[in-house]
Design a protein around this ligand. Sequence first.
Ligand SMILES: NC(=O)c1ccc[n+]([C@@H]2O[C@H](COP(=O)([O-])OP(=O)(O)OC[C@H]3O[C@@H](n4cnc5c(N)ncnc54)[C@H](OP(=O)(O)O)[C@@H]3O)[C@@H](O)[C@H]2O)c1
Length: 335
Amino acid sequence: MKAIVLDAYGGSDKFRLADLPIPPLRGGDVRIKVRSISFNPVDYQIRKGGPESAPVTSPILGMDISGTIEAVGDDALAFRVGEDVFGYIGTLGSSGAYAEYISVPAELVARKPSLLTHDQAAAVPVAAITASLALEKGKLDASRSLFVAGGAGGVGTFVMMLARQQGIERLVTTAGSPQSRAYLIEKCDLVDKQILNYRDGDFVAQALGRNGGAFDQVIDLVGGVMLSACCQLVAIDGHLVSVTDPPSPTDFEFLFRRNASFHPVGSNAYMLAEDPTSWRKYQDRLAALARLFESGELRPPHVSNLGSLSVETVRHAHELLERSAVQGKLVMSCD
Ligand SMILES: NC(=O)c1ccc[n+]([C@@H]2O[C@H](COP(=O)([O-])OP(=O)(O)OC[C@H]3O[C@@H](n4cnc5c(N)ncnc54)[C@H](OP(=O)(O)O)[C@@H]3O)[C@@H](O)[C@H]2O)c1
C-alpha cells in the first residue's frame, strides 16, 4: 500500500512516499480502506519530535480517518465488510492515518453518518471529540456565557457548532484575520458583534465589554498569551478549560481570586489506558456525534480538500497548520 512515512523528526522535507505491506488484522481490529484523512496541529507537533511524539511508535503520522471496512477481526463482530466508518486512530492503530489501509481496534471507530462525505467525516473525530470534552468540562448551560479563544480553527469550528446545538446564545470568540472573521460569519452562523480581533488594542477589556462582564465559561484553544487573557476573562465561580497549556503562577492567581476551576482537556487520555473499555469512549462519542449529524442537529462541517495522498499534500497541510492559517479543517483524499 501507498503510505507517507516520516524518516526523522524535523521539517516536512523528512516525509517520503513508501510502498508498504497492507497491515495485518489483530483479533479485535477492523481493517479500513482509507478514503479521507484530516490533519491536526498535533501532526506537525509530532513531526518535530515534541512531547506529543512520546507515545507514537509509527513513522506514519495522522489521527483522523473516514473509510470503508475491508476486513473484520474474529473479535470485532459489531462491524461488517463494506460498511463506511470514521475513527480517531490515535496511537493504537497499526500506523498513523497517512496510508491507504489501516488496522485499528474496533472501539476507535463508528459508522460514518450517511449525510456526510468521507472528507467531512474525516474532519470530525479529533476536533469534535476535543470540542465536546471542552464544553462538557465547563459545565455550561444555555443561560450562561461562553468565551472561546481560537474559534475559527478545527476544534473551534466544532465548539461553535456544538454550542449552537446546545442553545448557547451568549458566545464571543476571536478572529485574527479577515478570513477567520468571514469564516465564522458564513460557515458558523456567528454575527459580527460576537467576534473580536485579538490583535486590536486592549483585547481583554473589549471582550468584557462585549459580554457586559466576565464569562461563566472560557475555552482556550490557543495557549500562551491567549491563555493568560482567558484567565482574566473568567467570572467568579466560572470554569476555564484549556486544550493547550497549564496556567502560569500569575494566571493561577487570577483563577484563585475568582474561585474559578481550571480543567485541562486531553482527548487522547482514554487511549493511553490499556483497557479497551476505556477506548470504547471514542466509539460512543463518535456514534453520538453521528446521531446529531443524521438528525440535522449538526450541519456537515466545512472542509478544505488539499489534494490526494501524497508527500506534497502532507507538506502543504503541515505548512498551513504551522502558520495557523487555517479556517475549519484540512483534509486529503485517498481514493
Ligand atoms: N488537548 C487536546 O486533546 C487537543 C486536541 C486537539 C487540538 N489540540 C490543540 O488545540 C489547538 C487548536 O487546535 P485546532 O485543530 O483548532 O488548530 P487550528 O485548526 O490550526 O486552529 C487554530 C486557530 O487558532 C487561531 N489563532 C492562532 N493564533 C492565535 C492567537 N494568538 N490568538 C487567538 N487565536 C489564534 C487561528 O485563527 P486566527 O485567524 O483567528 O488567528 C486558527 O484558526 C492546537 O494547539 C492543538 O494542538 C489539543
